[in-house]
Ligand binder design. Structure first.
Ligand code: IMP
Ligand code: MG
Length: 179
């Protein structure tokens, strides 16, 4: 069992105030409209739960699940759909809610998938953005924090399914960086 080192990058207070700000922007941008928050399981669940409560609109939830092939912290570039949305998204204002925009492969895939439903709009809310890692021409509409290329856990984000319950966003340093 390796000894993982955790260092707080963004505190729960910093996260809460940013999420409130994003919620206000979404409320303002979609004034008078209904929206559907589509959470990308499982990393986005905590962000979605907090964000939803900062939005004063008619909001419904849906969830989608994907897996990116690859081992450990490395992404391989292939995205597989494990769970589709439960409802038709035709004519809906969709906000895709994701924990982190990294290479952009996941959100590029999901955005294209949802555009196939003929929605009214598709926007992206990403709590974190590792801009330097991007390989796809995609950006978030509601981005919490731009961060350096470090591996982050907590507030929904995991390493091998662990650490999702940490209230702060932490940098994870393991002995074995390759997996
Ligand atoms: P992308 O498809 O490369 O943009 O990767 C997005 C997905 O990779 C996220 O939904 C996360 O599951 C995962 N990911 C990327 N960076 C991190 C990280 O620093 N910590 C935890 N998961 C990450
Ligand atoms: Mg994820």
């Amino acid at each position: 069992m390796p000894l993982d080192k955790l260092k707080v990058l963004l505190s729960r207070e910093q996260i809460a105030s940013k999420v409130a700000e994003l919620g206000e922007r979404i409320t303002h941008d979609f004034e008078g409209e209904s929206i559907v928050l589509i959470g990308v399981l499982k990393g986005a669940t905590i962000f979605l739960a907090d964000l939803a409560r900062q939005i004063s609109l008619d909001v419904s939830f849906d969830f989608i699940a994907v897996s990116s092939y690859g081992i450990s912290k490395q992404q391989s570039g292939e995205v597989k759909l494990n769970k589709d949305v439960d409802h038709s998204m035709e004519g809906k204002n969709i906000i895709l809610v994701e924990d982190i925009l990294d290479t952009g492969l996941t959100l590029t895939y999901l955005k294209n998938l949802l555009l196939g439903h003929q929605p009214k709009a598709v926007k992206i809310a990403a709590l974190l953005d590792k801009v330097s890692r991007r390989t796809q021409p995609i950006s978030g509409d509601y981005v919490g924090f731009e961060i350096p290329d470090e591996f982050i856990v907590g507030y929904g984000l995991d390493f091998a399914e662990r650490y999702r319950n940490l209230p702060d966003l932490c940098i994870l340093e393991t002995d074995d960086q390759s997996g």
